[in-house]
Design a protein around this ligand. Structure first.
Ligand code: DP6
Length: 325
């Protein structure tokens, strides 16, 4: 094997149209297609080194050796890569996020995209972007969307190979930014994987899934034509219907904190007054405020006035990339 060690960097992404619930849990074939924007500068850097002499996989995240669930999830993913490459060697994995630990920014997307790219390269595989995206999906669904650049759509697909993400517009297509209002840094009680598994217990999930293709079409159109007000309406509607599913599943999942709702309410008021900003919320309390780049300083200032202690700002990000050693 020629290339035993490789490093890759990948950014997080924010879903404009959400993925919630799987048609196939094991393969992570999603209930509906989704659309996201990569977040430049909010990155995971991962090194994978396959070593013939290693008895078992070693996994470090943020400099700390992992022993529990996080390690198992990485080992399972390495297993997919080993199976593809027909190798048995164990690996050392060293993964770091450059965004503050526990800031409540979803890291599974950037983490599994970087692990997939570094792992595939280190294992000597040469895969297309579509194959890398599908492979990343097995580790974390949203990671499929952190492989291609810019504004990205993940199609549902009927099979493993068909369920991949692709770029619909490059990062420089639209100077949109995500101002993340960090409302709480507490670790969430029920993670996305657990949430996907119970999405179908909500009577609203069928309605959400049935209406998702139309929202996706409107959102894709709004992105392609850079129509902010149309984007705002469809992005907020999609976030709201996902949270309605979460709150009505068994057990119910409430991800919001009081300040989450305060920010949602004010964002809508500010927009009604003419400030171009809208919100979307993932499986946590932080509010992602999307706005054109020139509006970001004003949005940051107003969020602080509402009592938001910390914000993170990201422009559209590029594709996952291999770093030269
Ligand atoms: C609410 O991709 O984190 O952020 O596949 O189990 O790792 P797993 O779930 P994950 O789910 C993301 C859910 C979401 C919406 C989205 O990003 O589309």
């Amino acid at each position: 094997m020629s290339n035993r060690k490789a490093t890759a960097v990948s950014c997080a992404n924010i879903a404009l149209i959400k993925y919630w619930g799987n048609r196939d849990e094991r393969l992570r074939l999603p209930a509906n297609a989704s659309l996201s924007m990569n977040l430049a500068g909010l990155e995971t850097r991962t090194t994978v080194a396959f070593d013939e002499g290693l008895a078992e996989d070693e996994v470090k995240i943020g400099g700390e050796a992992q022993t529990d669930r996080a390690k198992e999830r990485v080992m399972t993913h390495l297993g997919h890569i080993r199976a593809r490459a027909r190798i048995t060697w164990k690996a050392r994995v060293d993964s770091r996020n450059n965004f503050p630990a526990g800031a409540g920014i979803a890291s599974s997307a950037s983490a599994f995209a970087a692990l997939t790219l570094a792992g595939a390269k280190a294992a000597g595989l040469s895969l297309s972007e579509q194959e890398l995206s599908a492979l990343a999906r097995l580790g974390s669904g949203s990671a499929a969307r952190s492989i291609p650049a810019g504004f990205v759509e993940w199609q549902t697909g009927e099979t493993h190979a068909e369920s991949f993400a692709f770029s619909v517009a490059p990062p420089d297509h639209w100077a949109l930014v995500d101002v993340v209002a960090v409302v709480s840094k507490a670790h969430k009680a029920v993670g996305s994987t657990g949430g996907h598994a119970i999405a179908g217990t909500s009577p609203l999930q069928a309605a959400r899934v049935a209406s998702a293709p139309e929202r996706l079409r409107r959102c894709r159109e709004a992105v392609l034509s850079r129509n902010f007000y149309e984007l705002a309406e469809v992005v907020e509607a999609d976030s709201n219907i996902m949270h309605a599913v979460m709150m009505t599943s068994t057990p119910p999942l409430y991800y919001w904190e009081p300040l989450t709702l305060v920010v949602m309410k004010f964002v809508r008021e500010w927009r009604a007054e003419g400030l171009r900003v809208c919100f979307t919320i993932d499986a946590g309390p932080n509010v992602h405020c999307l706005c054109p780049v020139e509006t970001a300083p004003e949005v940051e200032r107003r969020l602080r006035d509402l009592g938001v202690m910390e914000t993170l700002t990201a422009t559209p990000g590029g594709a996952a990339r291999v770093m030269e050693e």
